[in-house]
Write a protein that binds this ligand. Structure first.
Ligand code: NCD
Length: 304
C-alpha cells in the first residue's frame, strides 16, 4: 500500500486506499475511547481561513486523542494572511517550521493544492472553495459503512445545493468507487456540475437527476441532505429564489422507509426540520462523531 503523504483531493484516492482508510478508522474506534500516545511527538497546525465548527474541532479532538499537540488559527483575520495581506505561500513556509502537518480550510478552489506545492510537510485539505472536502467525504463513506454494514448495493440520494456544496462533490466521486445507484436532487439552478456527473457515470455508477425531495427519498437507503451555500452565491437574489425549497420535515419522513438513514454534513439551516431529529432515520449527529474517528485514521496514516 502506497503511503498517504498529503490529502488534497478525493480524486487522488483509489478504492484500495479509500478502503484502507475506512478500515483504519474502524480500528480507531477503541483508541478514541482509551486514548493513545502514538503521535505524542507530533504537532498539527490548523489554518482555517473560513468558518468551521466540526471540521476543525474534530481534527483537534482526533490529534489530542492520539497524544499530539495542536496550534493554529480559526479565523484568518487574526493572522497575517488575513490582516496584513501575507501570501498563502509565505504563510505555509512559516507554519511548516512550527509543525509536522497542516490542516487547512480556504475559500479558494485549488488552495490546498497550491499549499502542498510550497510545503515540505503534509497538507490536509479541510475544505477548498466550493470544489472539494475530501475528509468529509471519507467520514461520510465511513458513516454509511458503519451504519448500513456496507456501501456496495445501496441506493443513495444527494440532495440540496449540489452546485456550491463541496461535500457532495467529494462524496459523489468517493461513492463512484462503489457499486451504488445515486439520485441527485437539487433546484434547477443548483444542479451538480456535468463534469462530476460524467465522471460518476464513467466509473460505472447508475446516476439519475430527479426534481424533488419526494422523488429522492422514496425507497432510498441513504439520504444525504445539504445546506444551500448562501455565502457562495454571487447574487443574494439568486439565493432568495431557492432558499427553503428543499426540506425534510415530518411529512417527508412518512414517505421514507423506516430504515432509511438521513445524513447531513452540518451545519443545517432549515433543510432538516428539528422536528425530525428524534426519528429513527435521523443519524446526522452520530455522523458528527465519526468525524473524529476518521480524522484519527488520517492523522495516523500520514504521521504514524
Ligand atoms: C460543510 C462545509 O464546510 O463544506 N461543513 C462541514 O465541514 N461539516 C458543509 C456546509 O458548510 O454546509
Amino acid at each position: 500500500m502506497a503511503k498517504l503523504r498529503n490529502l488534497i483531493s478525493i480524486h487522488d484516492l483509489d478504492r484500495k486506499m479509500i478502503d484502507h482508510i475506512l478500515d483504519t478508522a474502524a480500528k480507531m474506534e477503541s483508541v478514541a475511547v482509551k486514548r493513545s500516545k502514538e503521535l505524542d511527538s507530533k504537532i498539527m497546525a490548523v489554518l482555517f481561513f473560513e468558518p468551521s465548527t466540526r471540521t476543525r474541532l474534530s481534527f483537534e479532538s482526533a490529534m489530542l486523542r492520539l497524544g499530539g499537540s495542536v496550534l493554529g488559527f480559526a479565523e484568518a483575520g487574526t493572522s497575517s494572511a488575513g490582516g496584513k495581506g501575507e501570501t498563502l505561500a509565505d504563510t505555509i513556509r512559516t507554519v511548516e517550521r512550527y509543525s509536522d502537518i497542516i490542516v487547512m480550510r480556504h475559500s479558494l478552489d485549488g488552495s490546498a493544492r497550491v499549499a502542498a506545492e510550497f510545503s515540505s510537510i503534509p497538507i490536509v485539505n479541510a475544505g477548498s472553495g466550493s470544489e472539494e472536502h475530501p475528509t468529509q467525504a471519507l467520514l461520510d463513506l465511513y458513516s454509511i459503512k458503519k451504519m448500513k454494514g456496507k456501501i456496495d448495493g445501496l441506493s443513495i440520494s444527494l440532495c440540496g445545493d449540489l452546485k456550491y456544496g463541496r461535500t457532495v462533490h467529494s462524496l459523489g466521486m468517493g461513492l463512484s468507487h462503489y457499486d451504488v445507484s445515486i439520485r441527485l436532487a437539487a433546484p434547477p439552478s443548483l444542479r451538480m456540475k456535468p463534469t462530476i456527473i460524467r465522471a460518476m457515470k464513467k466509473a460505472g455508477v447508475d446516476v439519475v437527476e430527479v426534481e424533488s425531495v419526494e422523488d429522492a427519498i422514496k425507497d432510498a437507503d441513504v439520504v444525504y441532505m445539504t445546506r444551500i451555500q448562501k455565502e457562495r452565491f454571487p447574487d443574494v437574489r439568486e439565493y432568495n429564489k431557492v432558499k427553503g425549497l428543499f426540506r425534510i420535515t415530518s411529512d417527508e419522513i412518512k414517505l421514507m422507509k423506516e430504515d432509511t438513514t438521513i445524513l447531513h454534513p452540518l451545519p443545517r439551516v432549515d433543510e432538516l426540520d428539528s422536528a425530525i431529529d428524534n426519528t429513527p432515520q435521523a443519524k446526522y449527529f452520530d455522523q458528527v462523531y465519526n468525524g473524529v474517528i476518521l480524522r484519527m485514521a488520517i492523522l495516523k496514516l500520514i504521521l504514524g
